[in-house]
Ligand binder design. Structure first.
Ligand SMILES: [Zn+2]
Length: 254
């Protein structure tokens, strides 16, 4: 639908300022990656090297909340949002100490319908333990931004409206109750999105949401992210960063 126009043909809708798409890095698990068919794991040593690389480039890893509040002030250059999906128990033991050492923040997307469980949605395994509710509270108390990954890790483009509403809104309510803090970030399981899913997440009150490669849906509620894996040594990160800078284009509302 076209924006409403006045008699002079000028849009009466407030202009959405176009911004460049921020760099958002996507991690999952931090630990032993010898059996890792989905390439979701980096070792603590590799994470350490990657954060050291950011530091050498004059970049700093932050939460999505910090990234967006800096951008709202016209700042944010040099900030990279670090996101960790699924809420693996190894976040507390292996990721957090490294993040603290490099003075980095991070946003952790958790599944309140699976606290204390395992990643049974990945058919090939290996099974990895997920944080308990107490573990998530512990991460929040350590300054980690807690975001929702839905309730149970389902592909939201394939569920009915009632399930979609519950995955988006109920997970947010549960996490706000658990942490006693606002939950502003959402992350689409599998990175899959369509217009209906993006609308439901926006309607549930989230301020921003992470996808992986959302194409034309790119915006504050469908942020593209860069997968960072065990093979991403310094020079590969350098290439990815350069590529992101070349590819990023002005998009309204981010
Ligand atoms: Zn996930």
């Amino acid at each position: 639908m076209a924006a409403p126009t006045d008699s002079a043909g000028i849009s009466s809708r407030p202009a959405v300022r176009a911004g460049t798409v921020p760099w958002v890095a996507m991690y999952h698990s931090v630990g032993d990656c010898s059996d890792d068919p989905y390439r979701i794991t980096v070792t603590p040593g590799r994470l350490e090297q990657q954060l050291a690389w950011l530091h050498r480039r004059g970049l700093r890893g932050v939460t999505l909340r910090e990234l967006f509040s800096a951008r709202a002030r016209g700042e944010g250059r040099g900030l990279v949002a670090l996101t960790f999906d699924d809420g693996y128990a190894d976040f507390l033991t292996h990721a957090l100490p490294v993040l603290h050492r490099w003075n980095c923040g991070a946003t952790l997307f958790v599944l309140p319908g699976r606290f204390g469980g395992v990643n049974s949605w990945d058919p090939l395994g290996p099974r990895k333990a997920l944080l308990t509710a107490e573990g998530v509270r512990h991460a929040a108390a350590a300054g980690v931004e807690i975001g929702s990954h839905g309730l149970t890790h389902v592909d939201l483009t394939r569920v009915d409206d009632i399930t979609l509403g519950a995955e988006a809104a109920h997970s947010r309510a549960l996490l706000e109750e658990l942490t006693g803090a606002p939950v502003d970030g959402f992350c689409y399981p599998y990175g899959t999105v369509d217009r209906r899913v993006v609308s439901a997440v926006r309607d549930a009150g989230y301020a921003y949401a992470c996808a992986i490669d959302p194409g034309p849906l790119t915006g504050r509620h469908a942020l593209p992210r860069l997968h960072v894996g065990q093979n991403d040594t310094s020079w590969r990160l350098h290439l990815k960063y350069r590529l992101h800078r070349l590819r990023r284009r002005p998009v309204g509302g981010v």
